[in-house]
Design a protein around this ligand. Structure first.
Ligand SMILES: Cc1cc2nc3c(=O)[nH]c(=O)nc-3n(C[C@H](O)[C@H](O)[C@H](O)COP(=O)(O)OP(=O)(O)OC[C@H]3O[C@@H](n4cnc5c(N)ncnc54)[C@H](O)[C@@H]3O)c2cc1C
Length: 413
C-alpha cells in the first residue's frame, strides 16, 4: 500500500501531481523535493511579462497553502543527487528521502554551447533567478544578441525590444522553428522580427564570443561576421534534467528523456515521470502507423502529465494511458501564436487570413486528415481544431469547421 508519495521537481508537473493525488483521495504522506527555493511559479512568464512589466511570476500556490491545505512536506532548495530503486530511496544533497511511489518531474535545463558561459553578460533562461539576472542587464540602449531563434529566444527578443534594447537574433538553421511549426510557418513567424526592427541572421553559426575584461563584447560568426553585444542569451534548446538519475538504472530514450510506457511508468518499479523530462509513446500523436515516442516541452502537457502520473502511480489498478494532442502558445510583439498537433504534413493551407495578415489560421494536412493548426491572434479557434485532431477528424471537415468559407491560400503541397 502506498503510504508515501515522493515527487522530485517542484514546478508545474510536480505541483499538478501533488494536487491530483489529493483530489483523488490520497491521504498518505506527500513529499515534494525541489532545487529552487520558491513555491512553484509560472515559468512561461519569465520571457514575457517578467521582463517587460517587471511583474513577479505568479505562484500557483503559496508555500503555506501547499503545507496547510494540501499537507505537503516541502523540501525546497534541495537537489536530488541519485535514486536507489532497490531501497526505494531518493538521495539528495541533504540526506535520503524514501518513497512508496515516486514521480520524477525534474523538467529540462538549457542546452549549453561548448564555450562562453563563463563570461559576464552571457545568460541562459530557465529559472526565476536566471530571469532576474537577465532583466537587470536589459537596459535601454544595450545591445543584446540572442543565439537561437526558437520560441523562447523570440519571446525574449520581443520583450527586450519593448525595453528599448537593440536586439539581433542569430539562428543556425536557414529558417527558425522548422521542427515546431514547419518551414512555411517558421518563415511566416520569423517575419514578425523584421517588422518589429529585430534583425534575424539565419544560417549563421556562432564560432566564438569576444570579451573585454571577462565580459562579452561581440559574437563572432563562422562566416567572418561579428555582431557587437553587451548581453548575450543562449537559447539553443533544453535537455531533460536526468543527470541525477545516471546510476539509477532507469531507462532513457534516444532523445535523453526518461523513457516511460503509455501510462507514464518508468522502467523502475513504482517510479513514474511527468513533464518536460518524459519521453513516452503518445497515442494521440496525429498520423497513422506506429506510435512515436516523443518528448514535449510545453506547459499544457507537463501539467496534464503531472495529474495523470499521480493517479497512475497511486492507483495502478485504475491506471490509464496518457495521450495528448500537443499544444503550445507563444507571445511576440503583442501577437499570440498558438499551435496544436504536428507540423509533419503534406500540405499547409491558410483558411483564415494569409501569411501577411495580423490574424490567421493555417491548417496542416497529412493524407486525408487534419494533423496540425497554427494560428496568429485567433485564440478562440485553435482549441476546436485541437479537438478535431484528437478525434481523428478529416481534412474536408476541418476546412468547414467554422462557418466562414475557406479561402485556402495554399502555400505548399
Ligand atoms: C522562459 C520560458 C518560457 C516558456 N514559455 C512557454 C509558453 O509560452 N508556452 C508553453 O507551452 N510552454 C512554455 N515554456 C515551457 C514550459 O515552461 C515547460 O514546458 C514547463 O515548465 C515544464 O514543466 P516541468 O514541471 O516538466 O519542468 P520545469 O518547469 O523545468 O521544472 C522542473 C523543476 O525541477 C527542478 N529540478 C531539476 N532537477 C532537480 C533535481 N535534481 N533535484 C530537485 N529538483 C530538480 C527544477 O529546479 C525545476 O524547478 C517556457 C519555458 C521557459 C523556460
Amino acid at each position: 500500500m502506498t503510504r508515501r508519495l515522493t515527487v522530485v521537481g517542484a514546478s508545474v508537473a510536480g505541483l499538478r501531481a501533488v494536487e491530483s493525488a489529493r483530489e483523488h483521495g490520497f491521504d498518505g504522506e506527500i513529499v515534494l523535493i525541489g532545487e529552487e527555493v520558491t513555491a512553484p511559479y509560472d515559468r512561461p512568464t519569465l520571457s514575457k511579462a517578467f521582463l517587460t512589466s517587471g511583474e513577479d511570476p505568479v505562484e500557483y500556490r503559496s508555500l503555506e497553502a501547499l503545507r496547510d491545505e494540501l499537507g505537503v512536506r516541502l523540501l525546497l532548495g534541495r537537489a536530488a543527487t541519485g535514486l536507489d530503486a532497490a531501497a526505494s530511496v531518493v538521495r539528495t544533497d541533504q540526506g535520503d528521502v524514501g518513497y512508496d511511489a515516486l514521480i520524477i518531474a525534474t523538467g529540462a535545463s538549457p542546452r549549453r554551447l561548448p564555450f562562453g558561459h563563463d563570461l559576464g553578460g552571457v545568460h541562459t533562461l530557465r529559472t526565476r533567478a536566471d530571469a532576474e539576472r537577465l532583466r537587470s542587464e536589459l537596459v535601454a540602449g544595450a545591445r543584446l544578441v540572442v543565439v537561437g531563434g526558437g520560441f523562447i529566444g523570440s519571446e525574449l527578443a520581443s520583450s527586450a525590444r519593448e525595453r528599448g534594447v537593440d536586439v539581433t537574433i542569430v539562428e543556425g538553421a536557414p529558417v527558425p522553428l522548422v521542427r515546431a511549426v514547419g518551414t512555411e510557418l517558421g518563415g511566416v513567424f520569423a517575419e514578425l522580427h523584421a517588422r518589429n526592427g529585430v534583425p534575424l541572421l539565419c544560417d549563421a553559426a556562432v564560432s566564438a564570443f569576444r570579451s573585454v575584461a571577462g565580459r562579452v563584447c561581440a559574437v563572432d560568426l563562422a562566416d567572418g561576421r561579428s555582431v557587437p553585444a553587451d548581453v548575450v542569451v543562449i537559447g539553443v534548446g533544453a535537455l531533460p534534467a536526468t543527470r541525477w538519475l545516471e546510476r539509477s538504472g532507469v531507462a532513457l530514450a534516444a532523445d535523453g528523456g526518461v523513457l516511460c510506457d503509455d501510462r507514464l511508468a518508468t522502467s523502475l518499479p513504482n517510479v513514474y515521470a511527468a513533464g518536460d523530462v518524459v519521453s513516452w509513446p503518445n497515442g494521440s500523436a496525429p498520423g497513422d502507423g506506429a506510435t512515436p515516442t516523443v518528448r514535449l516541452e510545453n506547459w499544457t502537457s507537463a501539467s496534464d502529465q503531472g495529474r495523470r502520473a499521480a493517479v497512475n502511480a497511486l492507483f495502478p489498478e485504475d491506471a490509464e494511458p496518457f495521450a495528448t494532442v500537443p499544444y503550445f502558445w507563444s507571445d511576440w510583439y503583442g501577437s499570440r501564436i498558438q499551435f496544436v498537433g504536428t507540423a509533419d504534413a503534406d500540405e499547409v493551407s491558410f483558411v483564415f487570413g494569409d501569411r501577411d495578415s495580423a490574424h490567421f489560421v493555417a491548417l496542416f494536412r497529412a493524407g486525408e486528415r487534419l494533423v496540425g493548426a497554427a494560428t496568429l491572434n485567433e485564440p478562440r479557434k485553435v482549441m476546436k481544431y485541437r479537438r478535431h485532431i484528437a478525434l481523428g477528424g478529416s481534412w474536408t471537415d476541418a476546412l468547414s469547421l467554422f462557418s466562414t468559407p475557406a479561402t485556402s491560400a495554399q502555400i505548399a503541397s
